[in-house]
Design a protein around this ligand. Structure first.
Ligand code: ATP
Length: 215
């Protein structure tokens, strides 16, 4: 059974680093669907600059027209911190037999052992880790051990089981971050070619990142 991919993030704003990573993982893992799940209230970081509804709108605009890419707004609708384990528990109940692959960048993976109920996450889903410029795979500690025990580079392993494997994949390295984008915009520079044109247009129309210095 083809897996479903879940790509969580703050997406403040979504950019081509997210989109290309999602696209390459969708192809290599032969995902039936890659679902973007913007966090309403991300627990491991400060409050996002753009409102949740606007981040959702930017994700919708960014993925428009790409078959297989979808948006799931459950974390934005849910009250309280956006715990990944809660989302995966719901998705597992909705798709009891389908493999689920949680997509994360290497920087996010390196902090995963501090996530709420992180071991439960591995019982609910595989984790597909995309390399990201400036970050290296863990070789020691809890996550190094996890990789040694559960790591795989074989896509077939993700189809044989519904959850529990860690797949590390070298996607095209695009050194783009939402933090840098917010800086670019607040400094009056143009984010064009780092984010889709439709996202540029929403940022321009709403002025959502123009006031960063005053927040
Ligand atoms: P910020 O700079 O605000 O922290 P970000 O650019 O890291 O934002 P997030 O929305 O926090 O974006 O990231 C969502 C997910 O996408 C994370 O798992 C992150 O590791 C991954 N990701 C973000 N940018 C890239 C990139 N350029 N290449 C690969 N993965 C990325």
């Amino acid at each position: 059974m083809s897996p479903i991919g879940i790509f969580g993030g703050t997406f403040d704003p979504i950019h081509f680093g997210h989109l290309r990573t999602a696209f390459e993982l969708m192809q290599v893992l032969k995902l039936e669907e890659l679902r973007f799940v913007p966090a309403g209230d991300p627990p491991h970081r400060g409050v996002p600059l753009a409102a949740a509804g606007l981040r959702l709108e930017m994700v919708r605009a960014a993925i428009s027209g790409q078959p297989g890419f979808t948006v799931d707004d459950r974390e934005v609708r849910r009250d309280g911190p956006s715990y990944t384990v809660t989302t995966l528990t719901e998705l597992r109940a909705e798709s009891p037999r389908q493999p689920i692959c949680l997509v994360v960048g290497m920087d996010a993976f390196l902090g995963m052992d501090r996530w709420y109920q992180w071991r439960e996450i591995l019982r609910l889903a595989h984790v597909a880790v995309a390399h990201r410029p400036g970050w290296r795979s863990p070789t020691e500690g809890t996550l190094g051990q996890l990789l040694a025990q559960r790591g795989t580079s074989r896509v077939a392993d993700l189809l044989d089981e519904q959850a529990g494997r860690v797949f590390v994949h070298p996607v095209t390295q695009l050194e783009i971050s939402s933090t840098d984008l917010r800086d670019i915009i607040v400094n009056g520079r143009d984010p064009r070619y780092l984010v889709p044109d439709a996202v540029c247009e929403i940022i321009r129309r709403t002025g959502c990142y123009s006031q960063q210095a005053t927040r």
